[in-house]
Write a protein that binds this ligand. Structure first.
Ligand SMILES: *Cc1c(COP(=O)(O)O)cnc(C)c1O
Length: 369
């Protein structure tokens, strides 16, 4: 069975084998060397001065960032479940909140963010996704982050990049806190989160000293000495080092970004070429989301039953009207090619469109052409 869900992603054999080695203790030079390598590799690809690794799923890092970096009022972009989650975190801690709400296929823009900031000068932190995974939507984060900093450099820009880290070369020039998770492009099992920090974010974390388990000041102090405040997610850190070794073996992270982009664009083209509709107005590279109110659920079911393929459906209001195909991670092109072939065959079985091999041809021409 091929797992093609936008998180968790499959764990490659090289990573599984590395994580299967006997567990080592976390307060040892062996683990500390490993931890240092993991953090250094992340700093390098994210181009930010600090990176923290936490034993939690991505939402734990989202919570830590909201609590640490918002002292007055939060502006949050809600174009799906994950944007909504930032708002729920603020409410849980009685942090004043303004939300910009959009349909799940519609990105926000710098202009409406600036309008909100001008209207409410007490906003001191802005939260949003790069890719909102509920609909596979890409927000124009580069323009937005630059606009926020142009307006007021003290406003903290918190970015959930859980489905962007390892997918694309993120411009972090104007980002203060960049959140990642182990189970997406890093191809690890779930339960380790990542927060990369700008100099402003490091300063605020140290000044504010918020919370206990997710106290970023405590973590900074420990992680700068290559250890963690609490028991580290040891196997996941070892797995992350193995991921970076695998990336090096395959020619470096830039090559992974290029291949991810080519797979994503070839998949989009192939599926549009057989009459399917891409859901978001601005699709991210992390996943392809197909909108088909009548057939999405039946297509997914058939793919699982007859074609050995697990895709993800939608959440909440989009539960049965979309399906999502993962592009994150190190995915062999022939597996991605199988996905569009199987979908075309499923459309034939469901008597929606006769099979003629178009998806295969369009994918190959786009990928290799
Ligand atoms: C997967 C994902 C998360 C993380 O959610 P957890 O279940 O807590 O790991 C957060 N944001 C986005 C955009 C995601 O895709």
């Amino acid at each position: 069975m091929l797992l093609f869900t936008p998180g968790p992603t499959p764990v490659p054999e090289a990573i599984r084998t590395a994580m299967a080695r006997p567990i080592i203790h976390h307060r040892t030079p062996e683990f500390e060397a490993c931890f240092q390598r993991a953090r250094e590799s992340l700093k390098q690809i994210l181009k930010l001065p600090e990176v923290l690794l936490l034993a939690s799923s991505g939402s734990g890092a989202m919570e830590a960032c909201v609590r640490t970096f918002c002292a007055q009022k939060l502006l949050s972009v809600n174009s799906g479940k994950f944007g909504e989650r930032f708002g729920k975190i603020a409410k849980a801690y009685q942090i004043p909140l303004t939300e910009i709400v959009h349909e799940w296929d519609t990105p926000t823009n710098a202009q409406e963010i600036l309008q909100a900031l001008q209207k409410e000068p007490e906003i001191d932190a802005v939260c949003m996704q790069i890719c909102e995974s509920s609909g596979g939507l890409r927000h124009p984060i580069e323009e937005i982050a630059a606009a926020i900093k142009g307006f007021n450099p003290q406003i903290v820009v918190i970015v959930d990049a859980i489905t962007a880290m390892g997918v694309e070369d993120i411009d972090t020039t104007h980002i203060d806190a960049l959140i990642g998770g182990s189970q997406k492009a890093f191809m690890l099992p779930p339960a380790m989160s990542i927060i990369a920090l700008s100099p402003l974010a490091v300063r605020l974390a140290e000044q504010r000293d918020v919370g206990f388990y997710f106290n970023l000041k405590t973590e900074l102090k420990n992680q700068q000495a290559n250890t963690t405040a609490w028991t580290a997610p040891i196997s996941l850190v070892i797995g992350l080092v193995a991921y970076f070794e695998e990336v090096e073996r395959l020619g470096g992270i830039t090559k992974i970004y290029e291949q991810t982009q080519k797979r994503a664009l070839a998949t989009q083209k192939a599926l549009q070429g057989i009459g399917l509709k891409i859901y978001p107005k601005a699709p991210a590279l992390a996943m392809t989301t197909i909108f088909d109110v009548d057939n999405a659920a039946a297509i997914m079911k058939l793919l699982k039953k007859d074609f050995g393929l697990t895709l993800a459906g939608g959440q909440d209001r989009l539960k049965t009207s979309i399906f999502r195909i993962n592009h994150m991670g190190i995915i062999p092109v022939y597996e991605a090619l199988w996905v569009v072939n199987a979908i075309e065959m499923a459309l034939d079985r469901l008597r929606i469109r006769s099979f003629d091999g178009s998806a295969n041809r369009i994918f190959l021409q786009a990928y290799y052409g």
